[in-house]
Design a protein around this ligand. Structure first.
Ligand SMILES: Cc1ncc(COP(=O)(O)O)c(C=O)c1O
Length: 453
């Protein structure tokens, strides 16, 4: 590995320098990729020099998600301790299914899960969780557990009832896919139109559950969102928790985007009532600068987690109590070690450091929102206390300018829509950025708009 690590260090040095010098890569047309980068594989080996040059070329022409000009998706930035944990996980290459091959990393995963459960008010004795391969899959686990809890035949015999999921039309698109994967069916998801403030309409929710039950259907899961994908709005978890209890349905909170506010004294009021949920997702790979993927799925009902996901396999589970064989509660068999990097970050900065990261994201969003509010050429669409600042500038079409900014190598920022409005969706997910980076964004944006639109 010595040779490869030398190549690694050299390329990473160039990458870090380029992130500062030239923060947005101009991507050519996708059709030209194979030719532009010599991507086709051949029978004969490459020389060491050609190999190293090619790897460097590919790396340096890849979109720079940790740069100061990346505001495009709900991840970005690169926090040192978390990245160190990820790099070492790759070197160790363990699988998280058994204590026998995971060793102390099993303890690390269990510690992170226990700490987050305690933080959100779950009883550490009866709660549990796992690291899933992303927020969509964490949400999938909630559908499976809710289905099994509601219908004890579903796991063995398959789904035979009309089981219904409730969520807002602003929820993440994984809910539809998960309904399909779980045998519930996409058409059995009730999308409740979000209110003008972006939140799930709780009155409509309860009315719909009651009506469906009267019609002989089987409501079994409410999915609320803590930080919707476009507007970063928080559904009213407290009220929805009461409805779920009254109506006796599983209550999942998708906090893949915004759930990390659990670490912030200032912002955790946004998830008031979270202790009422049956399961919850956070994605440190979004708000906490941890490399993809890092998604934590938590549940109040550890027994149900085991009963929905365990499967005997004598070739694999060859010793130690199942409490330490984490494959008994995961979707996959072989499983990446996603816990080490988050634990490394948490250990290095402490809970106070995680809080500071979240607070910084909200500070940066406040700076951007103030800018938009104080400049008459802008229209704001998102709300206070949101890390997505959604706006339009003059009469410039949001989709055209976002795509043109990327094509010209100026800025990476995406667009979104809510009801009939389409707008630029500027997100603050890189806590290493400063006020000057936010102001620089608007400067570049306006200069480009004046030149091109
Ligand atoms: C609210 C919400 N839930 C779930 C997801 C999916 O997470 P992942 O991309 O890790 O699958 C996202 C992604 O943006 C999201 O915004």
């Amino acid at each position: 590995m010595k040779k490869e690590l030398e190549i690694f260090n050299k390329i990473v040095d160039s990458l870090l320098a380029m992130e500062e010098l030239d923060p947005v890569v101009k991507l050519g047309a996708p059709e030209d990729m194979v030719e532009n980068f010599d991507l086709s594989v051949q029978n004969d080996p490459m020389s060491d020099a050609d190999f190293s040059a090619l790897i460097e070329k590919v790396v340096l022409n890849t979109p720079r998600t940790a740069s100061r000009s990346f505001f495009n998706q709900l991840f970005g930035g690169r926090l040192g301790a978390a990245t160190l944990g990820e790099l070492l996980s790759v070197m160790l290459n363990i699988s998280m299914y058994t204590y026998k091959v995971g060793g102390p990393h099993v303890g690390i995963e269990k510690e992170v899960i226990a700490q987050v459960c305690t933080l959100i008010g779950f009883d550490p004795e009866t709660s549990g969780g796992t690291f899933a391969p992303g927020g969509s899959m964490s949400n999938f686990m909630s559908v499976i557990m809710a289905r099994d809890a509601a219908d004890s035949d579903a796991q063995q015999a398959g789904v035979s009832k009309k089981m219904i999921i409730y969520t807002s039309d602003e929820a993440h698109y994984s809910i539809a896919k998960n309904a399909s994967f779980s045998g519930v069916g996409r058409e059995n998801v009730r999308y409740i139109a979000a209110k003008e403030n972006g939140k799930l309409d709780t009155d409509a929710l309860e009315r719909m559950i009651i009506a469906d039950r009267e019609n002989g259907l089987h409501p079994f899961l409410i999915n609320a969102t803590a930080g919707t994908t476009v507007l970063a709005t928080f559904d009213d978890i407290d009220t929805i928790g009461d409805i779920a209890k009254r109506q006796n349905v599983w209550f999942h909170v998708d906090g893949a985007y915004g759930g990390c506010v659990i670490f912030s004294e200032k912002h955790k009021h946004l998830i008031k009532g979270l202790e009422k949920c049956d399961s919850f997702t956070i994605n440190p790979h979004k708000a906490l600068g941890t490399p993809l993927s890092c998604s934590v799925f938590l549940t109040k009902h550890k027994q149900q987690l085991v009963s929905s996901f365990s499967q005997d396999a004598s070739y694999l589970y060859q010793g130690d109590s199942d409490d330490y064989n984490l494959g008994k509660t995961s979707i996959q068999c072989g499983r990446r070690n996603d816990a080490f990097k988050f634990w490394a970050l948490w250990k290095s900065v402490g809970t106070k450091g995680l809080e500071a990261i979240i607070d910084q994201l909200y500070n940066l969003a406040d700076i951007a929102r103030d800018y938009v509010n104080n400049h008459p050429d802008y229209t704001l669409y998102s709300h206070e206390e949101s890390t997505a600042v959604c706006f339009n500038y003059k009469d410039v079409p949001a989709d055209s300018i976002c795509n043109a900014l990327a094509n010209h190598g100026k800025l990476m920022v995406g667009f979104g829509s809510f009801k009939d409005d389409k707008f630029v969706r500027f997100v603050t997910v890189n806590s290493r950025l400063q006020k000057s980076d936010i102001l620089e964004f608007f400067k570049k944006f306006e200069t480009f708009a004046a030149e091109q639109f």
